[in-house]
Design a protein around this ligand. Structure first.
Ligand code: 3HC
Length: 308
């Protein structure tokens, strides 16, 4: 008997061409994974040719790294590179059966992308969002066919983090969830199905950790005290390293999207907003990339410069 919530696997549709909207850092990472694991054509798009070229070059560079580490033989390496292309013209998605976006985290921006995609792709093509902090139902509200729409949430760094959250939104149908599960499995990831709730599962916890950490420094606890306190728990990264890894702007969105529905339970941080707006780094590193402390900007903005 199928466990509650698990879709009938036989409903999964094959994926023979992948479209990716947005060619930024996250998209580049998962484009590499799609081409490596599914070995099908992957088309990336973005607003202008420069961004598209940067995205495709990023995938090529990641494939080169894998080949240099001996994880791809030279035939496969060349073949996979040939499967990745980039364009500013979304009409090349017409024969994609799976299109996923990683564009700016704003509902309207994502809705516009999907309204446009519905005019291009086949009726049964699956549309997926990698949103980390927006409501999948809200994005879906503008779609003609929300039943083929699903959340497909990767974690950073995509190549090494084993999890994908598949967000089974209110109108997502079983075949769509089954396809998303099959895709995640073919990407060799572990998958959990979640409902459309703020933060799904993982970011709900992350928002607590990052929000409490920012709140502690915002209210005067020295940065290094907060950051080092969790290290003995055996976590792979301290809170501020993790915040820098996910990106400060993403961090702001994650905190806001929890504070808004649950103001009593989650903090937001004006200092984090300032750091994100300034494009600041948090962690000071030496030439080898090892952590040596915290940046002047971080200390100045939270007001512990000189006495932390
Ligand atoms: N991109 C690609 N590969 C990377 C990478 C990156 N940015 N960073 C590290 N790696 C790879 C390395 O190449 C290495 O692979 P190899 O063994 O094949 O050579 C492997 O990861 C381990 O790297 P290192 O030995 O250099 O470093 P660590 O052992 O310190 O591990 C880490 C690095 C895997 C990033 C580890 O610190 C970690 O797991 N950190 C926690 C990350 C995390 O929690 N991510 C989730 C964030 S939440 C999120 O993304 C959701 C969003 O919605 C906010």
């Amino acid at each position: 008997k199928r466990p509650a919530g698990a879709p009938d696997k036989s409903l999964a549709r094959p994926v023979s061409k992948v479209g990716i909207v947005g060619a930024g850092l996250m998209a580049t990472q998962f484009a590499t994974l799609f081409v490596r694991r599914l070995q099908v054509p992957v088309v990336m798009t973005d607003l202008d040719q420069e961004r598209v070229d940067r995205g495709v070059a990023g995938v090529h560079a990641e494939l080169d790294n894998l080949a240099a580490k001996g994880r791809l033989d030279s035939d496969t390496h060349n073949r996979l590179k040939g499967l990745v292309s980039g364009t500013t013209d979304r009409s090349e998605f017409a024969d994609c059966d799976w299109v996923i976006e990683a564009v700016f985290e704003e509902v309207k921006v994502k809705q516009d992308v999907f309204i446009d995609l519905e005019k291009i792709v086949a009726e049964d093509a699956i549309l997926a969002t990698n949103t980390s902090s927006l409501s999948v139902d809200e994005i879906a509200s503008v779609l003609q066919r929300p039943e083929r729409f699903v959340g497909f949430h990767f974690f950073n760094p995509v190549a090494v983090m084993p999890l994908i959250e598949v967000v089974n939104a209110t109108k997502t149908n079983e075949a769509t969830v089954a396809t998303a599960m099959a895709v995640a499995k073919n990407l060799k990831k572990t998958v959990v199905i979640t409902r459309d709730r703020p933060g799904f599962v993982v970011n709900r916890v992350l928002a607590k950790v990052l929000g409490e950490s920012m709140h502690a420094v915002d209210t005067g606890t020295p940065i290094e005290v907060v950051d080092s306190a969790l290290a003995p728990m055996g976590l792979p990264m301290t809170p501020f390293e993790l915040l820098e890894l996910v990106g400060l702007k993403v961090g702001v969105h994650v905190l806001e999207s929890h504070h808004a529905p649950f103001p009593e339970r989650f903090f937001e941080s004006a200092n984090l907003d300032k750091l994100a707006d300034a494009g600041a780094k948090l962690i000071e590193r030496n030439g080898k990339g090892e952590k040596t402390g915290y940046t002047k900007e971080f200390k100045q903005i939270v007001g512990t410069d000189g006495n932390s």
